[in-house]
Design a protein around this ligand. Structure first.
Ligand SMILES: [Zn+2]
Length: 44
């Protein structure tokens, strides 16, 4: 599961797919928030 963050207001939504619209600010731009499970200090 990924966490999506609204680039406008910072609203966070958990889901498999990118949300269509932010319920807080009606923004449509989201970025994926990394929970730090990969890409960091991983030898694999
Ligand atoms: Zn928003």
């Amino acid at each position: 599961m990924a966490v999506w963050v609204c680039t406008r207001c910072g609203y966070e939504k958990e889901g498999r797919c990118k949300p269509r619209k932010c319920p807080e600010c009606d923004g449509t731009e989201f970025r994926k928030k990394d929970e730090g499970t990969d890409g960091k200090a991983g030898s694999r």
